[in-house]
Design a binder for this molecule. Structure first.
Ligand code: ZN
Length: 370
């Protein structure tokens, strides 16, 4: 919710500060903001009330972390009553600090049930006072359930609510789950949506690739960079002549095909924004039961690409001994990654004597010699 509010006001050129009582919530919010970061930095300042003492923001989101389904926490229990503990009293101070950081508009994210409860049991508490404000001019209540698309609660949400719901629908990480019967429709749609890059980890290449090749060719023609990781040709299935020739067909269409020894990952990453991850071999699936999950979010997509060393692994060198580019990626017993020449004509004689070179994972992508 904080992320949607930041994005909404950012569109209007307004700066938002997110205040929360807890360090953990500030961390989680910062993490969520990475999907909408601008110019390489977070799109808003996020911190605990303590950290923001003395600061002001045009817009403030006060995330109380009070949910309907958990026990009342610090903000719901904040109190100045004679019997209140020091902890309850410090809650009042924190609440005041959070609410006074604002210049024009403050959003309080809290449970409506908790606030009504406070009105009955502790009208003099911060939540009790919040409840008393409801209905006065300049104060409005927007049930979060009405903002989800499709709404779980059908109440009029007004012009502002409609805008916020629209922003929210773009940010909620839509997770599609596909099985082998529905995956290819989603996969083809994903390839067609690609504008800049497409990464595939698909251990095996079999007849299925024929159906996908025209889609990959169209993507390449649009200027999409396509990189595919497959198993190396020592693999029992991959080394069948029919499959080897399909790999050659694939090489003729996409920019880069990199063989990796005993690879088993099945991943699709589109435009560094959408990740499909699961058990299905996108270029060979024929009859087995599978599941693939689609996750949207630039931060997660980049995390997967980094985890798989995508940029570095996509640039195999030529073998200096035979001059060919039959280079595979292997991983040694010490977890080190290395390039290895598998060309059967290589003068090294292959096998244990094959040409090898450790992969420098710290080399900056783009600086590697092809
Ligand atoms: Zn060689």
């Amino acid at each position: 919710m904080s992320r949607a509010l930041i994005d909404l006001h950012g569109g209007d050129g307004e700066t938002t500060g997110v205040v929360t009582p807890y360090g953990d919530q500030a961390e989680a919010t910062l993490e969520a903001l990475r999907d909408i970061e601008r110019d390489g930095g977070p799109s808003a300042e996020v911190g605990t009330a303590h950290r923001f003492q003395g600061r002001e923001f045009p817009i403030v989101v006060f995330d109380t972390v009070e949910g309907e389904h958990s026990r009342p926490l610090w903000m719901a229990k904040a109190s100045r009553a004679p019997e209140a503990s020091d902890w309850m009293r410090s809650g009042i101070r924190l609440f005041n600090v959070a609410m006074t950081r604002v210049q024009t508009r403050v959003y309080v994210i809290a449970s409506g049930t908790r606030i009504q409860e406070a009105a009955r049991k502790a009208p003099n508490s911060p939540f009790g006072h919040l409840h008393a404000l409801i209905g006065s001019s300049g104060v409005r209540v927007l049930p979060a359930k009405s903002l989800i698309t499709p709404p779980e609660l059908n109440v009029p949400r007004g012009e502002f609510g409609d805008r916020l719901a629209e922003v929210l629908s773009r940010h909620v990480e839509v997770s599609d789950v596909d099985d082998e019967t529905t995956f290819y429709a989603s996969f083809v749609a994903a390839i067609r949506s690609a504008r800049t890059s497409l990464w595939l980890w698909t251990p095996w290449v079999a007849r299925r690739v024929r159906m996908i090749l025209p889609e990959l060719r169209a993507a390449v023609d649009r200027g999409v960079r396509v990189t595919v990781f497959v198993r190396d040709p020592s693999d029992q299935l991959q080394k069948k002549p029919a499959n080897l020739s399909l790999v050659e067909d694939l090489r003729a269409v996409v920019h880069t095909v990199v063989p990796m020894h005993v690879m088993h990952q099945k991943i699709v990453v589109v435009d560094e924004k959408t990740v499909m991850l699961g058990s299905l071999n996108a270029l060979s699936q024929s009859w087995t039961r599978e599941v693939m999950v689609t996750m949207r979010g630039a931060y997660f997509a980049r995390k997967i690409l980094t985890h798989e060393h995508a940029e570095v692994f996509a640039r195999p060198p030529k073998c200096p001994r035979c001059g060919q580019d039959d280079i595979e990626i292997r991983r040694g017993a010490k977890e080190n990654w290395y390039w290895r020449c598998y060309n059967s004509q290589c003068p090294t004689g292959g096998g244990n004597k094959a040409w090898k070179k450790d992969i420098d994972l710290w080399r900056r992508p783009g600086s590697a010699k092809r």
